[in-house]
Design a protein around this ligand. Structure first.
Ligand code: MN3
Length: 242
């Protein structure tokens, strides 16, 4: 047994409660299925705003390259990786729930396809606010809004190399902050951090290097200016009902 498996088996992992794939197979968390839970196919999503919409926090050229080359690349490679496996019509959440048994092509590119779709949608040029209910849950779980921000910023800044920072909810409705390496995400059975993703931040260098170079903390600070709290609220409400 690997150490990571052992830790989650004995309950010492950051989030030890595994989430049944059925719970996660809802449109809020898995955009490859519809409101009835039926698989609707994989498709490369539209960016929900213009390339320059998040300026000056995230610059236009970074958005163009990130969306049109990186994200599209993950999507195309995912489609190629899943072809011929019998999983062409399996929703993403179900693939992620058993990704340890699938190819690294599905894991890395399926993760890249999914994570970026969440990421674009949890940013906006519009002014949005967390609801009172979400703020209270943050206070209850982290002690204060500031402590939540500090934990999130640390998770994002301290992820060594490439990866993602997350706010997640576990099966007991507890909120956690953490990070994953590469294109892993909290829906994957290989991840130490397991839960329903409410907020995602890409901390790969390709997400910020053109504007921020080596100053990842500056990029993380700027991210707070463009978080789409309407979307985070929506996922939070949906996750509470699972
Ligand atoms: Mn990226």
């Amino acid at each position: 047994m690997e150490r990571r498996q052992f830790l989650s088996t004995v309950g010492l992992g950051a989030v030890a409660v595994a989430l049944p794939a059925e719970l996660l197979a809802t449109p809020v968390f898995d955009f490859s299925i519809n409101e009835n839970g039926d698989f609707t196919g994989h498709s490369f999503p539209d960016l929900p705003y213009a390339f320059d919409a998040l300026e000056p926090n995230i610059d236009k050229m970074t958005m163009e390259i990130h969306y049109d080359r990186h994200h599209r690349g993950y999507y195309n490679k995912f489609i190629a990786a899943v072809e011929g496996t019998g999983h062409e019509s399996t929703p993403l959440s179900k693939l992620f729930a058993k990704v340890s048994k699938l190819s690294s092509g599905i894991r890395n590119n399926g993760g890249g396809y999914y994570n970026h779709t969440l990421f674009w949608n949890n940013m906006t040029p519009d002014k949005t606010e967390p609801t009172t209910k979400l703020k209270k849950a943050i206070d209850d779980n982290f002690g204060s809004w500031e402590k939540f921000q500090e934990q999130f910023n640390n998770a994002a800044a301290r992820r060594f190399g490439s990866g993602w920072a997350w706010l997640v909810m576990d099966a007991k409705k507890k909120l956690f902050v953490g990070s994953t390496a590469n294109q892993d995400n909290p829906l994957m059975d290989v991840s130490d951090l397991r839960g329903i993703p409410l907020l995602a931040l890409d901390v790969w260098e390709h997400a910020y290097y053109l504007k921020y170079q080596n100053k990842r903390p500056d990029y993380i600070s700027a991210f707070w200016n463009v978080i789409n709290w309407d979307e985070v609220n929506r996922r939070f409400q949906k996750a509470l009902k699972l």
